[in-house]
Design a protein around this ligand. Structure first.
Ligand code: NCD
Length: 301
């Protein structure tokens, strides 16, 4: 395994399955996370240059559970506000003894940082709209908790796919498996990169996309990433692309519904979020276990 987790493509299928199996050890029979004092001499810095609730908190909790010291780096009150670059910032943390940097950044800087600071371990916690590897791992784990195996599954992803790093890493991750089908769906202007995908197919009608689906992933409209203002009639959007109980009827009865969060209830109704098919809250909990496994593997190597 590489020294850093920059992309899901850094992992083989075996690495992915091993990390998921390893993450299961960190959850006890009651569903609580085990606390293991494995790395009391390691310092993990959480450097988030974009907003985050689940990813940031789960990395902090995972690192605490493993006995690490956690530096919750406060970007808003840091010298980045005085014009310091991310390179100088992370170099300063490195000089102070930080062993591992969990980085979320709007731009693609993580690869260059990893080359610049080879002694530090880097874990990608969100790179612009490009990648989000630990989200893909927790998504695959959540599917395996319910379906055991990804082979043969019909998976549908619906929403603002062009801006979604969750989608790109998920697609890279699941391309290791022999899926039944992978269908991309959403407003054509939000799915320009997925009209002729390398794997899977695009379907503009949500009901057709959902036929026979085992797994449905909904994604929010990422307003903050649109370069020009969105000229969108929300009611029309909802009637076509919102995952509602009625539309979900086209999927298999035991289909699971996923969403990385945060949920805006434009892309999915509250009824579907709260339905028995929904595993959205389990994804959040799986985030801690997966990040405990990732931190252990990359701190240990
Ligand atoms: C996603 C993200 O930040 O990429 N959320 C997450 O990490 N759980 C998706 C989003 O912001 O919509």
């Amino acid at each position: 395994m590489a020294n850093n987790l920059l992309s899901i493509n850094d992992l083989s299928k075996k690495d992915i399955l091993d990390l998921i199996e390893f993450s299961n050890n960190f959850i006890d029979d009651e569903g609580n996370f085990r606390k293991e004092n494995l790395f009391p001499d390691k310092i993990v810095a959480n450097v988030f240059c974009e907003p985050s609730t689940r990813t940031k908190s789960s990395f902090a909790i995972a690192a605490n559970n493993l006995g690490c010291s956690v530096l919750d780096f406060d970007i808003e009150n840091s010298s980045i506000q005085k014009g310091e670059s991310i390179f100088e910032t992370v170099d300063a943390l490195n000089l102070m003894g930080v062993d591992l940097c969990v980085l979320r950044h709007p731009e693609s800087v993580i690869r260059e940082l990893a080359e610049y600071l080879p002694k530090m371990v880097f874990i990608n916690a969100g790179e612009g709209s490009i990648s989000h590897p630990t989200q893909a791992l927790l998504d695959i784990k959540t599917i395996m908790d319910h379906k055991e195996n990804l082979d043969g599954l019909n998976i549908v992803i619906v929403g603002d796919l062009d801006h979604s790093r969750v989608t790109s890493s998920f697609v890279e991750g699941v391309s290791n498996f022999d899926l039944g089908s992978l269908t991309f769906c959403g407003h054509p202007e939000m799915c320009t990169k997925y009209q002729n995908p390398k794997i899977g197919k695009y379907e503009s009608q949500l009901e057709s996309a959902l036929e026979n689906a085992d797994v449905v992933m909904a994604l929010r409209i990422q307003y903050e990433r649109f370069e020009k203002e969105l000229n969108l009639d929300l009611e029309t959007y909802k009637s076509e692309y919102q995952l509602s109980s009625e539309k979900l009827e086209s999927a298999k009865g035991d289909a699971i519904v996923m969403h990385p969060g945060p949920v805006n209830y434009i892309e999915i109704t509250e009824a579907v979020y709260d339905s028995e098919n929904s595993v959205i809250r389990q994804q959040v909990a799986n985030g801690v276990a997966i990040r405990m496994a990732v931190l252990s593997r990359f701190l240990g190597s």
